[in-house]
Ligand binder design. Structure first.
Ligand code: COA
Length: 157
């Protein structure tokens, strides 16, 4: 997962972020503490991996939120560059949304990277706030707050 994250950020996000941002973003997850945080997430939250021919090619991390209503937060969705643009992102998001509906979660939030903004819009997410800057090792990395209401009836979405 760390390797997929590093490759995904380095190759797919680099057109929208500068070298300092990419370095801070990947470095945060490559340390022992960073790797331990992934182990903690796997134990406490929902994590999916995309495995193709025995190799992890993508992953998603989703956190269940209970307040103020049953909602969830998509914290990460990263694909290896070699499999990006082939429909796997859509498949993974559909899987996550199916799991949400199964758990009666009808609202999903995320912070989209600049490069993923159009993907999330295509998948029915809407921007719901001003650009948000996450600070990683003192370096600001911009993202867009987005949300999607999940419901069986498209007329209510
Ligand atoms: C963002 C990401 C998860 C999308 O997954 P993907 O497999 O490349 O996307 P898909 O092939 O499933 O595309 C689904 C739809 O979104 C559209 N789409 C995907 N990326 C897009 C982009 N950058 N701009 C416009 N449309 C895009 C596709 O054209 C497709 O639409 P269609 O069904 O009409 O053809 C993947 O590219 C990735 O890992 N990016 C780098 C990491 C990242 O930024 N993750 C998001 C963290 S919030």
């Amino acid at each position: 997962m760390v390797g997929v994250h590093r490759a995904s950020v380095t190759e797919l996000c680099a057109k929208d972020y500068n070298a300092e941002q990419i370095s801070a973003w990947t470095g945060k997850h490559s340390t022992d503490a960073g790797k331990q945080r992934w182990v903690d997430k796997i134990q406490s939250d929902l994590v999916w991996v995309l495995e193709i021919e025995g190799t992890i090619r993508g992953f998603a991390h989703f956190r269940l939120l209970s307040e103020p209503y049953l909602s969830g937060y998509l914290n990460a969705l990263y694909l290896a560059p070699a499999v990006a643009g082939l429909g796997y992102g859509r498949q993974m998001l559909n899987t996550i949304e199916d799991e949400c509906l199964y758990r009666n979660i009808n609202h999903v939030q995320t912070h989209a990277t600049k490069n993923a903004f159009s993907f999330y819009k295509r998948m029915g997410f809407k921007q719901n706030g001003e650009i948000y800057v996450v600070h990683m090792s003192g370096v600001g990395v911009e993202s867009f707050p987005m949300e999607k209401n999940l419901c069986a009836d498209p007329a209510n979405s």
